[in-house]
Design a protein around this ligand. Structure first.
Ligand code: SPV
Ligand code: MN
Length: 619
């Protein structure tokens, strides 16, 4: 096989400009192995991006929608979310990363994935692209090389990431870079991955390469998203910085703009928080945090968003609604599309159309699955891919190579019965341990499996860990030390319910919580001390609800939302300590902090009972 001939002269010309020989070696190796019929090297120029856009349509991987620039892509009905089971971190024989991480012995895994990928691109064109994680030319930048035989994946990456061809040239000969090889594998008549039994996402930490096969769903295929995140967590823990499943945003207040980061598991309000109108968005999913000159700085690793299209309506999510209803480049996946290219999704305004097409094929209201359950109009994990530049509230520092200064950090979960909507922790250590490392969340449609099951999800990063949990927690604890101003840590929970199962908050209440956070960081309001942290005072929230949402916030609502649920909080600590007792390398501080919290709660239980109103002072 004459590799150079397959790559072709024009492509070779583009590759020769990159001074790092490892780039060409890698490309040649995997072309030889995966055997595509042809190759397209993108240097990120407008013409190259356009070629990829057009090919995605031509090949049927995307179809045009009625609004100019919008397309739809469908994944196989069995390929709608991240496949945790078949996503493995490769480790050398005998090495153990602990129970929380799905590993596979490296040599075995590499031979398995090599066999799966041998000749997998026959009959297809492979797209070679260069990207940069984080802003270019910055201490945060990580160059990336992607090979994929899916124009949908390459197109998505062109929307979601900063182009990196120039960064590869700039960084010269010895740059180390992340590498991704993806193939959708054989496609069925509908153009979706057919051999889902051979779906694999294998992360080789040693060579910083990720292999992804027989899948199209973005979370399994878009190399720079969760695949790179796993490589970056290992790198960060080793080098003393953080890779987090976090939004980055600015909150406006009397003191100007304060930047915060926020970690929430998938489908728990991260994107809708990052996009709140009146505030500004730097990023909605993945952040790198570094200590630079004693100051904690964060950047958005990405340049676009892969947001969930569920429950977006004109009332609750104005910015997202407007975006979805205006022309401009956007890929929607796994929504409902009518004959005339109109779109619909779960909890869209108005009634669903009489018929349309979704990831299950032809759809009309009442369509049932094999088990006789109603199939909703769109998949609950339907997504839209769009550049952040298109948002009216994109932050001016999104590409700042120095990042933004982090004033606060939020850890948020989906918790129906334990945590109050918003609470400040006593200090960094208390926050990292009792909010971050103790995060629990009910499972959602973002991963394959049952929904609504309470699972442990430290820092909302459990699915992506590639370093032992204890080392990762240690890295977080150390990160807050030796800085001139330690970020203030908060816990958030938008999903607290009453005994009857009714949500106690409206979707927009988070606007108020954020304003309160901003005021706490800047020392503008007081707080009430509880065994679990510091909660807002009624009077401050009443003012904020009136100011921000124009509504009256009743004492009754406050009392219900901020009621201390003592037994539930004790039970949570018991669950968490039980989980951590199974690990050998957990920092001792964890047990100390949680034990002290349990003692405070037990004392409260003895003195005040199981449910304590926020109007009751606890000394
Ligand atoms: C998530 O599930 O956390 C996402 C989407 O942000 S995915 O790309 O699937 O990871
Ligand atoms: Mn995510």
């Amino acid at each position: 096989m004459d590799i150079k001939k397959i790559i072709g002269e024009a492509n070779i010309g583009k590759l020769e400009k990159i001074p790092n020989p490892a780039v060409l070696d890698f490309i040649e190796k995997y072309i030889e192995h995966c055997k595509p019929d042809s190759v397209f090297v993108s240097d990120g120029s407008p013409e190259d991006l356009d070629y990829i856009r057009k090919k995605a349509l031509e090949k049927g991987e995307e179809r045009s929608l009625s609004l100019e620039g919008q397309t739809v892509h469908f994944d196989n009905a069995g390929d709608q979310a991240r496949d945790k089971k078949n996503t493995r971190i490769l480790v050398p024989a005998g090495k153990d990363l602990g129970a929380s991480i799905n590993t596979l012995e490296r040599e075995t895994a590499l031979s398995e994935i090599n066999a799966i990928m041998e000749g997998i691109m026959k009959g297809k064109e492979v797209i070679v692209s260069f990207f940069c994680l984080g802003p270019e030319n910055s201490p945060f930048s990580i160059p990336c090389l992607q090979l994929t035989d899916s124009f949908y994946v390459a197109h998505s990456e062109n929307i979601l990431y900063r182009q990196g061809y120039d960064e590869f040239i700039r960084q010269g000969e010895n740059v180390s870079f992340f590498k991704f090889v993806h193939s959708a594998g054989e496609l069925n008549g509908a153009g979706t991955s057919k051999n889902l039994d051979k779906r694999r996402v294998y992360i080789d930490l040693e060579s910083e390469t990720v292999f992804s096969s027989n899948t199209q769903y973005g979370g399994n295929t878009i190399g720079l998203k969760k695949l790179a995140m796993r490589l970056a967590i290992k790198k960060a823990v080793k080098e003393g910085w953080l890779t987090e499943h976090m939004l980055v945003m600015g909150i406006n207040g009397k003191s100007g703009k304060t930047y915060i980061t926020g970690a929430y598991p998938s489908l728990c309000g991260k994107t809708s928080t990052a996009m709140l109108d009146g505030e500004s968005i730097v990023g909605d999913d993945i952040a790198y945090l570094r200590k630079i000159d004693g100051v904690i700085k964060a950047v958005n690793v990405e340049n676009g968003m892969f947001g969930i299209i569920q429950g977006i309506n004109s009332k609750d999510d104005r910015i997202q609604w407007d975006l979805l209803n205006s022309p401009g480049e956007m890929i929607c996946s796994n929504i409902l599309v009518t004959d005339d290219g109109k779109t619909y999704w779960i909890d869209h305004d108005g009634e669903p159309p009489a018929e349309g097409v979704n990831h299950t094929g032809k759809w009309s209201p009442g369509k049932k699955d094999d088990k006789g359950n109603d199939i909703p109009p769109s998949h609950p994990n339907a997504r839209f891919t769009v550049s952040l530049e298109r948002l009216p509230n994109v932050d001016e520092n999104i590409h700042n190579p120095a990042g933004v200064t982090v004033g606060g950090v939020i850890y948020g979960g989906r918790d129906s019965d334990t945590s109050v909507p918003i609470e400040q922790s006593f200090d960094w250590e208390h926050g990292v341990i009792s909010k971050g490392a103790s995060l629990e969340s009910e499972t959602t449609a973002a991963t394959i499996g049952k929904e609504g099951v309470r699972v442990f999800n430290p820092m909302s990063n459990l699915d992506f860990l590639s370093a032992p949990l204890g080392k990762y927690i240690r890295a977080n604890l150390e990160f807050g030390k030796g800085v001139s101003k330690t970020p203030v840590v908060f816990g958030a929970n938008y999903f607290i319910r009453d005994k009857e199962g009714n949500f106690l908050n409206e979707k927009n209440d988070k606007k108020v919580w954020l304003k309160w956070i901003e005021k706490r960081i800047n020392g503008e309001v007081g707080a009430i001390k509880r065994p679990t942290g510091l909660i807002p005072e009624y009077k401050d929230l009443a003012l904020l609800f009136a100011e921000v949402l124009g509504i009256e916030y009743t004492k009754d609502a406050y009392e219900k939302q901020f009621m201390l649920r003592v037994r539930e909080n004790i039970a949570k600590i018991d669950r968490i300590t039980e989980i951590y007792s199974k690990f050998s390398d957990i920092p001792g501080e964890l047990e100390e902090v949680l034990f002290a919290q349990k003692r405070r709660l037990e004392k409260t239980l003895a003195g005040f009972g199981e449910y304590v109103s926020p109007f009751t002072a606890i000394n």
